[in-house]
Design a protein around this ligand. Structure first.
Ligand code: TMP
Length: 244
């Protein structure tokens, strides 16, 4: 493809975003991935087709970057970490997110750019200016239409992660950072939500799974319906869905 045509494609995609982009964020062990799965199953039954993706690892090359980034045995310099998350995101935005949104799809991503602001910004201490420059470079300005921030205390999230990793320690390289790190990340996420209350909705996950699921549905279903993605009938969620 000649360079001019390539630019045209990119340009056209950027101006034809008709789908809906929803992201799921929260500290490790906050319950976001479980809630994403429950919501996606519910919406599928309601006749809403959703593209499920994640960061890092929403593309084949991204999966390889994910394995390297999260390997607890790797010693990754913080600057390398920041740039590799950005590389994963650039591939994801250009090869998956923009094309899907241009086709009018609903896209749910398990993490996106807010994670870089929280983990590499507040967690690792990179300046807000550098973080927003890197995010802008990787996303080319693509922002979620809605973000659900799953919030839980660091103590409770650590208990959950330990349960998941058979009691010993937290799982991957970032999971195993100390409580101060996760506290900074959590606070940064909550500050982002305060700054952008229209886009970022905070959902407490200290309550039972079913109640959190109800809160999630109350937030997302009317939003999707208002954008013409969900038919106007309700669907029962099967109780077996809640046994993890
Ligand atoms: P996950 O366990 O939710 O799949 O996320 C993988 C880890 O990567 C999690 O500890 C958060 C971290 N992460 C960052 O530090 N920066 C980022 O930009 C992203 C997307 C994830």
């Amino acid at each position: 493809m000649p360079a001019s045509a390539r630019h045209q494609v990119t340009f056209r995609n950027k101006n034809q975003v008709t789908g809906t982009f929803i992201t799921f964020e929260g500290i490790d062990g906050s319950g976001k991935s479980t809630q994403l799965r429950l919501l996606a199953n519910y919406l599928k039954q309601a006749g809403c087709d959703i593209l499920l993706t994640r960061e890092p690892g929403g593309t084949p090359v991204g999966n390889r970057l994910r394995a390297a980034l999260l390997d607890a045995q790797e010693e990754v310099d913080p600057l390398t970490e920041l740039l590799v998350f950005a590389a994963d995101r650039a591939q994801h935005v250009r090869r998956v997110l923009r094309p899907a949104l241009a086709l009018g799809q609903v896209v749910f991503s398990d993490r996106y750019a807010d994670a870089t602001a929280a983990y590499q910004g507040a967690g690792r201490g990179f300046s807000p200016e550098l973080i927003s420059e890197i995010i802008q470079l990787a996303t080319e300005g693509l922002k979620p239409d809605l973000t659900l921030l799953f919030d839980l205390s660091v103590d409770d999230s650590t208990t959950r992660t330990r349960r998941r990793t058979n009691g010993s320690q937290r799982g991957d390289r970032l999971d195993s950072e100390n409580a101060e790190f996760h506290t900074r990340v959590r606070e940064a996420y909550l500050q982002l939500a305060q700054r952008e209350p229209e886009r970022i909705k905070v959902i407490k996950t200290s309550q039972p799974l079913e109640l959190t699921h109800e809160r999630v549905k109350e937030t997302v279903v009317p939003f999707l319906r208002s954008r013409g993605h969900v038919p106007h009938h309700e669907v029962e969620t099967s109780s077996s869905e809640f046994s993890r």
